[in-house]
Design a protein around this ligand. Structure first.
Ligand code: CTP
Length: 406
């Protein structure tokens, strides 16, 4: 805990972690002690509260704490602790422990909106994310002093969920090679115009981050590499068109000695592209252009067919389906199952993009996940990160049985 008004919520986080079966060693900064008493934390946690590098029974408490932890959760994380961690400065027990640990770190920032949006804090957070530090982003709500805005400590239940995901999932996909595609392809008409779609790429980035958190080595083939931060530990390849995406996916799936075990096609691939791309900008004066379209290859279906033709196991194939469910028509699950068959995929993740808050351009999603073994999982409206957990769970279940049976 570092010193912010939200430190009082650390008591609930501590209690929930204990309820979930964790061993909890509270570390408080001097400022945190101004907001919550040591006695509260020591009554809730399993280990004694530590507040200083000096004067305790151990000569070097930070290295023991750092080395023995399976996970370090900083809640609340103030601008100061984020800054000193990013800069590698250890000025107290908490910052020294952060530098001394090799365990995953989960930062849960809480501060005033102005501070959270300050370029120094934004840069420090980006630096830490690049180094593989995990964050539970602050929410929007009432802040100290009655102000409203972004910077409020995330809900303790969400923080404990994120902590358990990191602990539960760590390294279960060690040695697995995965390729994930993300974003909408752009099919150029001329140097300035293209045919595109509304995909933000966020669901694909969340899937890549979840796979990497479980130890998979992940290549993300992305059309939105310039607008989204690369998830920690993920290798990003930037592409623009469906044909470039196909070439990039095929190169990575089939690389000799390093062929991939899993492909997650989250990208919204354009089904058609202009037959010809004009090298010159088409001028308005030359009249309305007659843009002829030709079909793009279906990357997912093509790979499924190749897998059948080669009679080889090939990579596990996960596809997405953006559907609109009509009253009286087939259900989302039925549509997902028919896409599973028509594409020859192993898993299909379908969403109803006509529902509010679902899919394209939103931070949230609601999906049904069907697989070739007849399983079906409903994920009601939630964050794209939680949908990613369910998608990776579905893939992992099949990868595990495949390894057991092959
Ligand atoms: N896909 C692909 N190559 C394409 C088009 C789509 O690999 N040329 C993949 C997408 O990445 C996604 C799935 O196939 O995983 C979506 O299938 P698609 O048939 O495009 O579904 P919808 O967009 O829902 O289209 P429709 O139902 O209209 O056919």
């Amino acid at each position: 805990m570092s010193g912010g008004i939200a430190a009082y919520k650390a008591a609930e986080i501590c209690r929930r972690l204990m309820d979930a079966g964790a061993t909890v060693s509270p570390v408080m900064t001097i400022a945190a002690k101004r907001f919550i008493g040591e006695a509260t934390l020591s009554a809730l946690a399993s280990e004694p509260v530590r507040t200083s590098l000096w004067g305790g029974p151990e000569p070097i408490p930070h290295t023991r704490l750092g080395q023995s932890a399976d996970l370090v959760v900083v809640a609340p994380a103030t601008a100061r602790i984020i800054g000193s961690y990013a800069a590698g400065i250890s000025s107290d027990l908490l910052s020294a422990t952060l530098l001394a640990t090799r365990a995953p770190v989960l930062m849960c920032p809480a501060m005033h909106t102005e501070m959270w949006e300050h370029p120094a804090v934004v840069d420090n957070v980006a630096t830490l994310k690049r180094r593989g530090v995990h964050f539970v982003e602050p929410g929007v709500g009432r802040l100290a002093g009655g102000d409203l805005g972004a910077g409020r400590l995330a809900d303790p239940a969400d923080i404990v969920d994120a902590a358990s995901t990191l602990l539960r999932s760590s390294r279960s996909l060690d040695g697995v090679r995965a390729v994930v595609t993300a974003g909408g392809t752009r099919e150029p008409i001329d140097p300035v115009r293209y045919i595109g779609n509304r995909s933000s790429g966020r669901q694909g980035y969340a899937v890549a981050a979840e796979l990497a958190a479980r130890g998979a080595s992940v290549t993300l083939v992305s059309t939105v590499a310039s607008s989204l931060d690369a998830p920690a530990g993920v290798d990003v390849v930037e592409v623009e068109t469906a044909m470039e995406m196909l070439a990039s996916v095929e190169a990575r799936l089939g690389a000799p000695g390093s062929s991939a075990d899993l492909l997650v096609m989250t990208a919204a691939v354009a089904d058609f592209r202009p037959a010809a791309r004009s090298d010159q900008k088409i001028k308005r004066g030359s009249g309305v252009p007659d843009v002829q379209l030709v079909a793009n290859p279906d990357i997912l279906a093509g790979l499924a067919q190749a897998r059948l033709a080669n009679n080889a196991p090939g990579p596990l194939l996960v596809g997405f389906a953006a559907e609109t469910v009509r009253p009286g028509g087939p259900t989302l699950e039925e549509l997902a199952l028919s896409k599973l068959r028509s594409k020859g995929a192993d898993v299909i993740v379908a969403n109803d993009v006509a529902l509010p808050g679902v899919g394209f351009g939103h931070a949230t999603n609601a999906v049904v996940i069907v697989d070739r073994d007849g399983r079906s999982v409903q994920v009601p409206l939630t964050t794209k990160e939680k949908v990613a957990v369910a998608v990776v769970d579905a893939a992992e279940r099949i990868l595990v049985t495949r390894n057991l049976t092959s």
